[in-house]
Design a binder for this molecule. Structure first.
Ligand code: DSN
Length: 420
């Protein structure tokens, strides 16, 4: 092949080279703008974040850490990673940060591998009560490598029972206690967790993936001073790129760095690390703080409206960006509700609720989150309207066409990106 032909391929646009993928990307972008996204773990990343990700930084190998790389040519890469680290430390007032984990699951894995041995006991929240797969689920490495003891929520108020956590900690003497959740809508008291961990000589890890943006904005209590390690994703309430991070006390830095690389990962994704740096910068702005306040307010209004419509809200409300709806008295499963809402352009996920009689593929609940709609600009009145549409279509399937049209009209009011 001639050099000129090779150059032509390098410089051709995506639409020229691969119209099939180009078309599917455009369809997905359109889906994201036309529908209404209530999936609590999703969001629309800042455009500047997407810009940083779609760059030639993706070409660079940079195994190691700033000034200690295994490849040459890392002078700008070092500056980017250092900026990301410094911004993250400042954002959360942290002593140490690692921005290389490819995901939240790998951040958790790196912490476990640094401080636990196979067979060690960990005390974590059960998946059924809101915990995460990587918090010791039997189908995940964490449930297979470690001896897992779970705490849950109280049957009375569906909130964490700290007395139960303490009793379990005293009984099982875990090496690590893990807090944080993917479907727990209430405040998690890191101070109490850290006291219990100290009492039994355990490490305390807080997985703040869901709450990271709220914590950065100061409207959800920060675990940073209480936890030995804080892990997170960067793409949920934080609105950065898909990825993970670890924050910790300074004296853990060497063990964690070693565990991330070369322990569980190879080369860092530098285009994603640049995008993380952009997100950390944006998270310090007044607009971001105001956005997070609205996210929580919108979640409260949404939950309250559904409650007034007769739906039972798990734990009777929310303190954050999400809540769970118990569908047991509606004749619908979580799977049914997810499918009905999907058919009108509203995206939610079925979700187990505490003491759920249904298996995870069916469930008795749905999880509703407001980060994405708030990014698009939904105000209280739109949230109320949306909640009523959700209620209407779940109560009466014959209203599907009417609700689909209304969802479309609502959605058109809030374009996502000024790009196609
Ligand atoms: N998949 C995420 C969520 O939906 O909460 C957790 O990793």
């Amino acid at each position: 092949m001639l050099n000129s032909q090779i150059n032509r391929l390098i410089n051709s646009s995506l639409s020229e080279i691969d119209p099939e993928i180009f078309d599917l990307i455009n369809k997905e972008v359109a889906r994201q703008s036309e529908g209404v996204n209530l999936i609590a773990s999703e969001n629309y990343a800042f455009k500047a974040v997407l810009d940083a990700m779609g760059t030639a930084l993706s070409n660079k190998y940079a195994e190691g850490y700033p000034s200690k790389r295994y490849y040459s040519g890392c002078q700008f890469i070092d500056m980017i990673e250092n900026l990301a680290i410094e911004r993250l430390k400042k954002l959360y007032n942290a002593e140490y940060a690692n921005v290389q984990p490819h995901s939240g699951a790998q951040a958790n894995m790196a912490v476990y591998f640094a401080f636990l041995k196979p067979g060690d006991t960990i005390l974590t929240m059960s998946l059924n009560c809101g915990g995460h797969l990587t918090h010791g689920s039997p189908v995940n490495f964490s449930g297979q490598f470690y001896n897992v003891v779970h705490y849950g929520v109280s049957r009375n108020n569906e909130m964490i029972d700290y007395d139960e956590v303490r009793e379990l900690a005293l009984k099982y003497k875990p090496k690590m206690i893990v807090a944080g959740a993917s479907s727990y809508p209430r405040i998690i008291d890191s101070k109490i967790f850290s006291e219990i961990a100290k009492e039994v000589g355990a490490f305390f890890m807080f997985d703040m993936a869901h709450y990271a943006g709220l914590i950065a904005a100061g409207i959800y209590p920060s675990p940073i001073t209480f936890a030995d390690f804080v892990t997170s994703t960067t793409h949920k309430t934080l609105r950065g790129p898909k990825g993970g991070i670890i924050i910790a006390k300074g004296h853990y830095s060497k063990d964690i760095d070693k565990s991330v690389f070369p322990g569980v990962q190879g080369g860092p994704l530098m285009h994603v690390i640049a995008a993380k740096a952009v997100a950390f910068k944006l998270a310090t702005t007044q607009e971001f703080k105001e956005y997070q306040r609205k996210v929580v307010n919108n979640a409260k209004i949404f939950a309250q409206t559904l409650k007034e419509e007769g739906f039972r809200i798990v734990s009777d409300g929310t303190d954050c960006h999400m809540f769970l709806v118990d569908l047991k008295n509606t004749g619908l499963t979580g799977k049914d509700a997810e499918e009905i809402l999907n058919s009108v352009g509203i995206y939610v996920n079925k979700n187990v609720i505490p003491f759920d009689p249904q298996p995870p593929r069916i469930t008795s609940g749905i999880r509703i989150g407001t980060p994405a709609i708030t990014t698009r600009g939904f105000e209280e009145e739109h949230v109320k309207e949306l909640a009523k549409l959700v209620s209407l279509v779940l109560k009466d399937k014959s209203k599907v066409d009417y609700v689909r049209q209304k969802v479309k009209e609502l959605s058109i009011l809030f374009p996502v990106y000024n790009i196609s």
